[in-house]
Structure formats: C-alpha cells, structure tokens
Design a protein. Sequence first.
Length: 383
Amino acid sequence: MKDFFDSWFSIIGSLASIISLIVLGIAAFRKYRNNKRLKYSNPFNNSSQIRKKEIRRIIRTIMGGQSSAIISVFEQERTAILAVLNKEYDDKAGKLIFSDLDIASLDANCEPEEFWKQALKPLKVDCQKRQRFSWWNSALGKVYKACQNNQFDNFYLKELFKQLKQDNRQLVLMIDRFDLLLQRKLLKRTDFFSILREIASRYPSSLNLVITLSMPLRQFHKKNEELNPGGSPYFNFIDANQETLGVLSEAEIDKLLEQSERKLTKDAHQFIKNAAGGHPYLLQVATGVWWNAYDDNENNPIERAEEIFPKKIKSLLNNILQAWAENTCKAFLSVAQKRDVSDFIEELDELEEQGFIMKENGVWQIRPSVFSSLLVAENEKIV
C-alpha cells in the first residue's frame, strides 16, 4: 500500500511540475509578446515629422517676434507640438526662452499674479543659471525683482519685457488649452487680457505667445467680446498666424505607413486609412488597434480592428461635439443627417479646414465615415 501511495504522490508531483512549467511558459510568452509590441513605435507618434510644415511656420513666426495659435480638437496633438517646440528648438545662445503653461493645471480661482509667477519661472531660472550670483544685480534681475515685489503689476510687467527686449531676448510663452481661460473668472478680465495683448502685440515683441485652442480664434473672440464691447478682439493680432491642424494627404499617410518598423499588410494599410480619414491622432489609434488585433492571433485581425476602433473613439466624438460652438455642432450634425446647411457657411468652412467634412460630387460628407456611423448608432439629434 505504501508503494501505491508513493507512486501516486510521484505522479501528482510530476503533473504539478508540468503545470508549473506550462504556466511559466505562458507568462514568458506573454512577456515576449508585450515586449515585442513595445519594441515598435507607432509611425503616427512623431509630431515633429507629421506636422513639420506647421512647426516650421510657427518657428518663423517666433523668430519674427510674433505670436501663433494652434487650432485642433485633438488635445494630444496640440500638446505634442508644444513639446517639440520646447525640446527641439531650444536656443542654446539664450535668445529664446521657452515657458510651458497648461491652463488646466491652474487653480479655478487662479489670480493674474500666480499666472505670471508660473509663466515667468523659466525666465528666472535661465537668467540665474547664466548670471549666477550677479543675477539680482543685473538690469534684468532688478526689474524682475521689482515686478515680483509688486505682485506682477501691469506697469512692472511692461518694464520687465522692455528690459528683456533691450537684452535682445524673447520669452516664448506656450499656453496649452488657452480656451480654458474662459472658465477662470479671475483671469477672464479686461486688465489681464489687455496686458497680454499690449505686450505680445508689439512688433517685434519680447513676449511671443504660442497658444492652443479647441476652437478657431473667431469663436474665442465671440466668447469674450463682452469684455471689450465695440472694441477690437483682444487676441485678433494672432488671427493671421493660426495653424489649423487638418488632415494628412494620402501621399503623406502612405509615406508614414511605409516607414513603420512593423510590417503592415495591404489590408492593414487600407483599414488604417479608411478608419482615420487622414487625422493623425485617429491614424495613431487605428494603427494601434490593428497591431493589437494581429498580435492577439485573431483569425481575422481586420474584422476585429473594425469592431474595436469605433468603441475606442466613441467618447472622443462626444468630447468633440461638446467642445464645438453650438452652430458648429449643428452644422456637423446637419451634414450627418443630410439636412439643409445653407445657414452654416462659416461653420462649414471651419469644419472642412479641420478635416471633419468634405465634398463628394457636390455633397457634404462626414469625415471620417466612422463618425457618421457612430452618430447613426447613437441616434444623435441636432442640439
């Protein structure tokens, strides 16, 4: 009997060892597969290549002492361009000082003093590094100290940027989610908007704004016109330098897909292009969705990717509709529902420029088509 139990325990022990090896093997395979996924970068991640024309124009504007605006509903892309400017165009000679400020990071009751304290921090740090112990005794250091001691009062701010210009230097203030200023009651004020305009609109200026918005400046002007009734919009000096992030051409998309470190099938190319409608962010999502479907050993990765992609961007479409002005949203939904759009001339132009609608045989169509499908599925109504 003892030999019998010993044999069974031996068998059970062997099975346990085999099961352990299988579990370890599965874990190793999953780790290998995940590492393999991470090894390759998405060809639509590189904003410096995808938006190089827009970035060059922004840099030329900065070098000319002027301000720019980046317009897109895709926050990720706007923010990525600011990161490229900060990283790849850092001026080693110190003429350009880049400052990155996200309005979303500011407290709801943020006052102008706190805004300027954050905005000018890179200027202070840069000057301290270069002048070390003589910083506070330099002309710029003395003006900065006076500005700080007077809670960044408008008079002292003007003196600070006047001194910066005398030193032949520029502060490039990159303000992400600029439209959120409309929700900051202590910043959405005449005195705050006025000082930004007065300093940055001088040509050439030592304060160059690079602002990002989810709406065209025309809409932003309308939302704060009560601050200056009958007068010019505060930020109309940037109107000529708006960079609207539209769609990529088919040739540009093909070139980026060919540069992919991972081989993509012909069917994958077609799925990615059809799904995204030329928008870089959607191209990035569509590529990732296909890779995951392929890596998961799906029998038909295209079919799986076509199922997953709309789910990935459903909430994005809802966010876009909420971000748009009422008439823009109405125009977009009217196109989707094949309604009369003759009252939305400006809105249609803006939607076309941003790549959300296009004309086919003289008829407006939603772009990408997946947005139209989602609207039908959700039975959206005109707001």
